[in-house]
Design a protein around this ligand. Structure first.
Ligand code: ADP
Ligand code: MG
Length: 323
C-alpha cells in the first residue's frame, strides 16, 4: 500500500516556483515583504484516528492548535494567524453544546499564550474533524529547514521523547501503567508543550530542524533524506522521562522512544562548535537539550544500543496509511 509520503510525492508534489519553499518541509515559505517570509502549515485531527471520540474538548481545542504551532517552531517562525475548519457531528451539538465552549476555550487559551489570531475557517456538519491552518512570520532567508544538516553536525532533541506514545499504549490497552505514571505521561499526549521560543532561538544555532510528530526515527529520517546525509544515534542518550525509563529495554518502551509519535519536541542538527551555546540556551530556556548522535556522510539511520551494537529496529513512525 502507498505510504502517506508516496501519495504526497506522486499526486500532489508539483513545482511551486513563486514560493520560497514548497511541499516537503514543516511549513511552506512565501516572500511577503522584502524583509519577511510567511510560513504556512496545516494539520488535521480526525476523530478515532488522532484522538478518542470522548477526549476532553478543552484539551482537544488546545491540541488542535498545538500541533500546528509545533510546525512553526520547527521552522523558527513566529506564529501570527490561524484558520479553523471544523466538521461537527449533529449529535455532539444536540446533546451537549458545552462541548463547543470548552473546545473554543482550549483553542483560544493556547492562541493567547502565543498571540495567535483566528482569522477565518469553515464550519460543517459530519464526522468530527478539525483542520487548522497556521501562518507565521520569519526573517527572510532565516527559516530552519529540514535540508541543512551536514556531516559532522551533532544531533539534538529537546525535552523528553516517548511519553505521549506511552500514554497512548496504555489507553489502547497495549500495556498497563500505574495511575501515577498515567498522570505523568498523559499531558504529553493531550496537551503537548510547543517549542516556539526554542525554534526562534535556534535560528542562529541550528543547521536543520524538524518537530517530532511522527516518531524520532521517522522525523530524523526526513532531515536525512532532505539533507542527503546519514546519521548515527545512541539509544541510551535519547532523553526520556523516568516513567518511560522504568519500562526500558522492553520492546514496547523502545518503540515509544524511537517510533512513538505526538511528542512535538524539536530534533535539530548543529555544528560541534556550537555545543557550548546550545547548552547555554538549554539553561536560559530551562528546556533540556540533549545531544543524541551525529550526522555522517551517506544515507540511512543507525541506532546503537548500550553495547554499541546497531539495533535492527526499522525507521517506522506514524504513517496514516500504514498503521
Ligand atoms: P508535518 O508532519 O510536519 O505536518 P507532513 O508529514 O504532514 O508534515 O507533510 C509533509 C509535507 O507534505 C509538508 O510539506 C506538507 O505541507 C506536504 N503535504 C501533505 N499533504 C499534502 C497535500 N495533500 N497536498 C500538498 N502538500 C501536502
Ligand atoms: Mg512537522
Amino acid at each position: 500500500m502507498h505510504s502517506e509520503f508516496d501519495i504526497i510525492r506522486h499526486y500532489f508534489s508539483r513545482p511551486a516556483p513563486s514560493a520560497v519553499l514548497g511541499i516537503g518541509d514543516d511549513a511552506a515559505l512565501i516572500a511577503t515583504t522584502a524583509e519577511k517570509e510567511l510560513a504556512i502549515s496545516t494539520d488535521t485531527l480526525v476523530s478515532g484516528q488522532h484522538f478518542f471520540a470522548d477526549t476532553d474538548p478543552y484539551k482537544l481545542g488546545y491540541k488542535s492548535l498545538a500541533v500546528n504551532l509545533s510546525d512553526m517552531a520547527a521552522m523558527g517562525a513566529t506564529p501570527r494567524w490561524a484558520t479553523l475548519a471544523i466538521t461537527l457531528p449533529r449529535s455532539l451539538l444536540d446533546e451537549n453544546e458545552a462541548w463547543l465552549a470548552k473546545f473554543a476555550d482550549g483553542f483560544f487559551d493556547l492562541a493567547r499564550v502565543h498571540q495567535v489570531e483566528l482569522i477565518g475557517g469553515d464550519t460543517t456538519c459530519g464526522p468530527l474533524n478539525i483542520c487548522v491552518q497556521i501562518m507565521g512570520e520569519v526573517e527572510k532567508g532565516k527559516a530552519l529547514r529540514r535540508s541543512g544538516a551536514r556531516p559532522g553536525d551533532d544531533i539534538w532533541v529537546s525535552g523528553h521523547i516517548g511519553d505521549a506514545a506511552l500514554a497512548l499504549a496504555h489507553a489502547q490497552h497495549r500495556m498497563v501503567l500505574e495511575p501515577e505514571e498515567i498522570a505523568l505521561c498523559l499531558p504529553a499526549l493531550l496537551t503537548p508543550t510547543v517549542r516556539i521560543e526554542l525554534g526562534q532561538r535556534l535560528i542562529s544555532l541550528a543547521q536543520s530542524a524538524i518537530d517530532v510528530s511522527d516518531g524520532l526515527m521517522a522525523d530524523l529520517g526526513h532531515i536525512l533524506e532532505c539533507s542527503d546525509v546519514a546519521a548515527t544515534i545512541e539509544l541510551n542518550e535519547i532523553a526520556c522521562s523516568n516513567t518511560l525509563k522504568r519500562y526500558l529495554p522492553q520492546p514496547l518502551a523502545v518503540n515509544c522512544l524511537l517510533a512513538g509519535g505526538d511528542d512535538y519536541e524539536l530534533c535539530f542538527t548543529a555544528p560541534k562548535t556550537r555545543r557550548k551555546k546550545i547548552e547555554q540556551l538549554s539553561f536560559d530556556l530551562s528546556i533540556p537539550l540533549t545531544h543524541i548522535g551525529k550526522i555522517t556522510a551517506g544515507s540511512g539511520l543507525v541506532v546503537l544500543d548500550s553495547q554499541g551494537r546497531a539495533l535492527k529496529q526499522e525507521a517506522k513512525g506514524y504513517d496514516h496509511f500504514n498503521v
